[in-house]
Design a protein around this ligand. Structure first.
Ligand SMILES: [Zn+2]
Ligand SMILES: [Zn+2]
Length: 166
């Protein structure tokens, strides 16, 4: 969605509410495309002393697959978004990922939504922080208890054991 900000430009103190949503079901993270439900983006843009500041939230229910144990799980997305909208980037150095250029008097909310979603996604999707994952030998889900596999023996200890046997 594109939002016309003519009302806000050069008018400190003015604000404009917005509400939109996007289909991000094509975005693949790890072994899943978690945003199979629409992602809602709601908030307002305010002219704060001449600077346009966007404050909003992304909301959705994500459907992920755990990177460690491969179990599907759901995760509520409720993420704050703060961005600066500007008509020109004067200082490339100072502009970061959260500074967006207006197209004339319009803000491209989809561009901001996409960037906020991707930048805030966890680098690893885990069903829970301390997921134990699967045993690399037998494939058992170690969250359900230990498997019968023997622990890897340090090869140096194996040599020592041989020496002791002699
Ligand atoms: Zn897991
Ligand atoms: Zn095992």
């Amino acid at each position: 969605m594109r939002l016309n900000l003519a009302k806000l430009l050069d008018r400190p103190g003015e604000s404009l509410a917005f509400e939109t949503q996007a289909d991000l079901s094509d975005l693949v993270f790890g072994s899943c495309a978690p945003a199979d439900e629409p992602v809602a983006f709601k908030g307002e843009i305010r002219n704060t002393a001449g600077v346009l500041i966007l404050n909003g939230r992304l909301k959705s229910t994500l459907h992920c697959i755990c990177d460690r144990c491969l179990k599907p799980f759901e995760k509520e997305l409720d993420q704050p978004v703060e961005a600066v909208l500007t008509t020109e980037i004067q200082d490339e150095e100072a502009a970061d990922a959260w500074t967006f250029l207006l197209d004339g008097e319009e803000a491209d909310l989809d561009e901001i939504l996409d960037a906020a979603f991707v930048l805030n996604m966890d680098s690893q999707l885990l069903c829970r922080e301390d997921c134990k994952g699967l045993c690399s030998r037998c494939g058992k889900d170690l969250n359900e208890g230990p498997c019968g596999c023997k622990k890897e023996i340090d090869p140096r200890l194996a040599v020592l054991a041989q020496l002791l046997e002699k």
